[in-house]
Design a protein around this ligand. Structure first.
Ligand code: ZN
Length: 334
């Protein structure tokens, strides 16, 4: 493995917590909570992690969520993930989680938020920083999102921002204009998945209707020069997930990923893992894949990591610390 990639302090901004659950933990939680899964062995779960499109993937994702039934379970899966972050030298991570999935099964929002936060709180003083970003499930529509917000607005100290995720096509951010307006009035940060499976008009809508400060994915912006110009002018971060794009057929092969083009155009890009266990690549592996197949250099990886640190929702003090860590890393490694 490239020493540079292994050693560089990393920042993860686009990772769905259930997507980090490894097969053995999935089976353990299924047994703990007496959930019947259609697979019994690690090999069978690995087999299930192969899928052909977004809708098949979302079906699998829902199955994964069924094994999590308590704050303790969320603590366990987040703790597993943070342990892995330590091995990858990830210093800050912001994890997504849909609360709706759990509310619909009679659980509370607190179960999700407090379970995830407990794992972050257990980190030592100089450990990994970050937190949770609850997301609306866009294909459930704006009324459900509004109900979620009515709950989330009572827990504002428990999350970093609010996001918009899940099946994109047919559900532009414009449908969620009212709820995002209210969120902004409360001074809460927002992000939205846009421009992954759907075109640039979905990115425009996330910017103009939902006024989000980060776009998750955003790769289809290249189809619209005016949008590219706007994204650059307003320095909007795009959290790009290369292996996810390959696995969900946004691009055929890693060598065809538009990452070099995004960078060449001057966009604010950073690299993330989306659903790393399901896609078979955590952050380090994503960086290795883009270096191997897209010709991304160490210097480009460094620049994108700085982008991620700046685009994070860490406090100003923590951001300065992370940028210092990166500045200290450069002289011996670049
Ligand atoms: Zn995502």
């Amino acid at each position: 493995m490239s020493d540079f990639i292994r050693k560089i302090p990393k920042v993860e901004l686009h990772m769905h917590v259930e997507g980090s659950i490894m097969p053995a933990r999935l089976l353990h939680l299924a047994e703990k909570n007496k959930v019947k899964l259609p697979y019994q062995t690690v090999e069978e779960v690995e087999q299930a992690y192969q899928f052909n499109n977004l809708s098949e993937f979302l079906d699998l994702f829902i199955k994964t969520t069924e094994v999590i039934q308590s704050a303790e379970d969320f603590h366990i899966v987040t703790e597993d993930y943070l342990k892995l972050c330590h091995t990858e030298n990830i210093i800050h991570t912001e994890v997504f989680c849909d609360i709706r999935t759990y509310l619909d099964r009679g659980h509370s929002a607190e179960m999700v938020l407090e379970g995830i936060n407990a794992a972050f709180d257990a980190e030592p003083e100089d450990g990994i920083s970050g937190g949770v970003i609850p997301c609306f499930v866009r294909h459930l529509g704006p009324e459900i999102a509004y109900q979620d917000w009515q709950i989330l607005k009572n827990h504002q100290d428990k999350y970093l921002a609010i996001g918009l995720a899940a099946a994109e096509r047919g559900y532009p951010a414009s449908l969620f204009k009212t709820v995002f307006q209210e969120i902004h009035q409360s001074g809460i940060n927002t992000v939205a998945h846009a421009g992954e499976e759907a075109g640039p008009e979905y990115i425009w809508s996330a910017l103009k209707d939902a006024h989000v400060s980060r776009i998750d994915h955003g790769v289809t912006c290249l189809e619209d020069d005016e949008l590219v110009e706007y994204l650059i002018k307003h320095n909007i971060p795009l959290t790009v997930c290369p292996q996810s794009n390959v696995k969900l057929n946004v691009c055929g092969h890693m060598s065809q990923h538009p990452l070099q083009e995004l960078l060449k155009r001057g966009l604010n890009v950073s690299i993330h893992s989306d659903d790393p266990a399901h896609f078979g690549a955590f952050l380090t592996e994503n960086l290795m894949l883009i270096q191997a197949h897209c010709g991304i250099t160490d210097a480009q990886i460094y620049a994108m990591t700085v982008n991620a640190a700046k685009a994070s929702f860490a406090s100003d003090g923590r951001k300065a610390e992370m940028l210092q860590q990166l500045a200290d890393f450069v002289p011996e490694n670049c």
